[in-house]
Write a protein that binds this ligand. Structure first.
Ligand SMILES: [Zn+2]
Ligand SMILES: [Zn+2]
Ligand SMILES: [Zn+2]
Length: 122
């Protein structure tokens, strides 16, 4: 499967038709994430690191309304807030997302827990 076959331009290493890459390729690893630094969808941060040639920039909580998550199963784009509230299921096609991604949020989203806590304190 070539990158051109994917509905939207997603970059990654050994990308399949549902945006799985060489690093994350379980049944549930179907999302791609748009990187703040280059506004390009990548399958994962490791693909970005190898292919982009620059350091990843995280999304601050104030920008979580950006459509930065792509469901590789159906091509639906979610905002970061929608993704966080999705319960690891695509609202458009009901594909399951990998709950283990939660452990990697800090690579993509600035201080996920701290931002929410700060909001509630205001
Ligand atoms: Zn980048
Ligand atoms: Zn990857
Ligand atoms: Zn979907």
């Amino acid at each position: 499967m070539r990158i051109a076959d994917i509905p939207r331009a997603v970059r990654g290493i050994e990308l399949d038709s549902q945006t799985r890459c060489t690093h994350y390729h379980s049944e549930l690893d179907v999302i791609a994430i748009k990187m703040r630094c280059c506004q390009v969808f990548y399958a994962c941060k490791d693909c970005h690191e190898t292919l982009a040639g620059h350091a990843i920039e995280t999304w601050p909580h104030s920008m979580w309304d950006q459509k930065a998550i792509l469901c590789g199963s159906c091509g639906h784009e979610l905002s970061i807030s929608e993704y966080m509230a999705s319960g690891y299921t695509c609202p458009a096609c009901n594909s399951g997302f990998n709950p283990g991604c939660r452990n990697h949020y800090h690579f993509y989203f600035a201080d996920a827990d701290e931002s929410i806590a700060a909001d509630q304190a205001l």
